[in-house]
Design a protein around this ligand. Sequence first.
Ligand SMILES: Cc1cc2nc3c(=O)[nH]c(=O)nc-3n(C[C@H](O)[C@H](O)[C@H](O)COP(=O)(O)OP(=O)(O)OC[C@H]3O[C@@H](n4cnc5c(N)ncnc54)[C@H](O)[C@@H]3O)c2cc1C
Length: 414
Amino acid sequence: MSGVTADYDCDVAIVGGGLVGASLALALSGLGLSITLVEAVLPEDDAQPSFDTRTTALSNGSRRVFEGLGVWEEIAREATAIAKIHISERGRFGSAVIDAAEQGIPALGFVAENRVMGRALWRRLRHVTGLTLLAPAVVVTATVDASGSRLALMDGRVIRARLAVAADGIASRVREGAGVGATSTEYGQVALIAQATPGRAHQQVAYERFASSGPIAALPIPDGRVGLIWTLEPSEATRILALDDAPFLAELQEAFGWRLGRLRAISQRYAYPLALIKADATEAPRTAIIGAAAQGMHPIAGQGFNLGLRDAATLAEVLADTLGQDPGSAAVLARYAQWRRRDRDAIIGFTDGLVRLFSSRFAPVRFARGLGLLLFDLSPTAKSAMSRLSQGFAGRLPRLARGLPLLPDRGLLP
Ligand SMILES: Cc1cc2nc3c(=O)[nH]c(=O)nc-3n(C[C@H](O)[C@H](O)[C@H](O)COP(=O)(O)OP(=O)(O)OC[C@H]3O[C@@H](n4cnc5c(N)ncnc54)[C@H](O)[C@@H]3O)c2cc1C
């Protein structure tokens, strides 16, 4: 990058201060690296795409990462522990329950609103020393040469970094600028997001209900409400989105059933088209790719953010363990990419398989999955494997996800 002037010169530039990019920025604070975080939309802005009205199911591994980043205490005040996961299919014989108590753990995971997580992350970010926060600021081009990455902002400013981190979501410009392609598989499904107030207490149970219209997740959140993720075919989603509250609730009740009693109130509804988007690589010269920029997936198994947070925790650990080396060197990046491969492939494969299994209308498949649920309910081994997965225990975990400090000789952040 010699001979090129820049307004900001740093070791690591993170593009995207959404859930994953903001977490990485916090994880890297205190390592002595100079960090620049660029975010297009301020967290308090209604248009912020990462911290919206969605609710996210967090694994215990993610909870530990947030503890390590010093934000869990604030998030926990508004999060709900998952005591049980109840999986069933409308009109079929199979159903299964995974119970935290049976698995000998206090909670299978937690449900938190994205807005709450975003607020906690950014409140802390604003007090980090050594971090340059550029927000709102949009990266328009990313180019790379042997010594670094050059990021051009829409307002004409330029950032030069030894390592650029693409944390800018599924349509990542940084990924594109680094020459990394992505394969996209449309599911032909839309996730409809809303919050409902049921007549019966949710008792901290997360429901996954496979209705004929598509899977519905009802996640326990504060004030007795549930966060809904209802997957529908696009034409059905358009029709149902246009309904007023009462007919909407009637259709939801019909699809979800009565396990939560009468569904009494419903919030505003939002729609998200669903696809599997997988970057061809998680590293490129001078570039690391994390979170939704690396993989965007169906929310059926609630794994996308948990996986993205493990990307961030792993990259932070690799950078911590190679302090003193060039953070954008091929050796450092190869270490990150190699470590992520197994976890990433396993979670993408598991989620995609689940979507295909539960989207099938083919009678033998329907029968087999009903039977599968029944057998699953009877099999302690399968349940404990699933419970480990839902806690984020697939593959080798980074230190932060195990509740350990990033630097072995340093405590968790105060
Ligand atoms: C309906 C739905 C439900 C989900 N539920 C769950 C769940 O229960 N559990 C789970 O683990 N995951 C879930 N996910 C997945 C999860 O939401 C994503 O994995 C997560 O949001 C990814 O975060 P991110 O920070 O990588 O990307 P994003 O959230 O996309 O954030 C990207 C950020 O980059 C910024 N940005 C973009 N371009 C630029 C640019 N050029 N310059 C500067 N900034 C830029 C954006 O403003 C944004 O803040 C769900 C997803 C959906 C769609």
